[in-house]
Design a protein around this ligand. Structure first.
Ligand SMILES: [Zn+2]
Ligand SMILES: [Zn+2]
Length: 273
């Protein structure tokens, strides 16, 4: 884990320290104003951080970061629409291996797959502005889970990342970015915004995680579903060089979103410092 990561997570834990368990809800801590906890409590969500296994054999249908993508029988390996070379698998999610209380409502019979072009010659990320959802050098999709056993091709594609199988999930509380809370009419005072904006109280969690609230580097950027125009929900966040050995810009953070109504509509984007 890079230093920045450890620092941010530590700071989040400090933030949780704001919530003194010995204080009753509504008890005044700042001379009559509602405590910060009460104000942000309605925004609390559960997030799950992946616990991964490295140096293991890849599994076709597993939830994993990196590794080899499952492909339907006879399907050609997906290529970049810019350089025509094979895309790199960043993430595959099998809904059967999610936490029991996960509320993301994924389709039970479909895998979610995120592919991205990591080719630097040409530099597809820049040429296609791949930080934007629906850029042509990335592919976020669902694919039907087969009912029979499948094996993966023995040969890795160029620029494939080593597999990290998600074998468990670590549950945590998560709270939104304060910009997002203000959009939700949280009515935070300037002082409270400062408290949340302060490095010492950084939320939400900046790490690889399933569900919860997006950590926005450059402000709130939910994509809208091209089918219905409704704001999509974040299903997975990828932090630079956390479990995926990839840097999004300058220590950026990436998000995979899905439409709640159109489950085949997925959008991937990132922003950086
Ligand atoms: Zn490409
Ligand atoms: Zn939609």
């Amino acid at each position: 884990m890079p230093n920045g990561q450890a620092k941010r997570m530590g700071l989040f834990d400090k933030f949780l320290g704001i919530f003194d368990e010995n204080k009753q809800p509504g008890e005044n801590t700042d001379g009559g104003k509602m405590p910060l906890l009460d104000k942000i409590a309605p925004y609390k969500r559960t997030t799950w951080m992946p616990f991964v296994e490295e140096d293991v054999d890849d599994e076709a249908l597993a939830t994993k970061i990196g590794g080899t993508a499952y492909l339907a029988p006879g399907e050609n390996y997906p290529v970049c629409n810019n350089c025509q070379e094979p895309l790199t698998l960043f993430l595959q999610i099998n809904p059967a291996s999610l936490p029991e209380n996960c509320d993301l409502d994924l389709e039970p019979d479909k895998l979610i797959q995120l592919f991205y072009c990591t080719n630097q010659h040409p530099h597809c990320e820049t040429e296609c502005q791949a930080w934007q959802p629906f850029a042509k050098s990335q592919l976020a999709r669902t694919t039907v889970i087969p009912s029979t056993d499948v094996t993966l091709p023995a040969k890795a594609i160029p620029r494939q990342f080593p597999v990290r199988l998600v074998s468990d999930w670590v549950e945590n509380e998560d709270y939104p970015d304060w910009h997002e809370m203000q959009q939700g009419a949280a009515g935070l005072s300037e002082q409270e915004v400062e408290e949340l904006e302060n490095e010492e109280t950084a939320v939400p969690k900046a790490a690889d995680k399933l569900g919860g609230w997006p950590y926005w580097v450059q402000g709130v950027e939910y994509p809208k579903c091209p089918e219905c125009g409704i704001q999509m929900q974040m299903i997975f966040q990828l932090d630079s060089n956390h479990h995926l050995p990839y840097m999004f810009g300058d220590a950026g953070i990436a998000h995979l979103h899905q439409c709640r109504l159109h489950k085949n509509m997925l959008a991937f984007g990132w922003s950086s410092y």
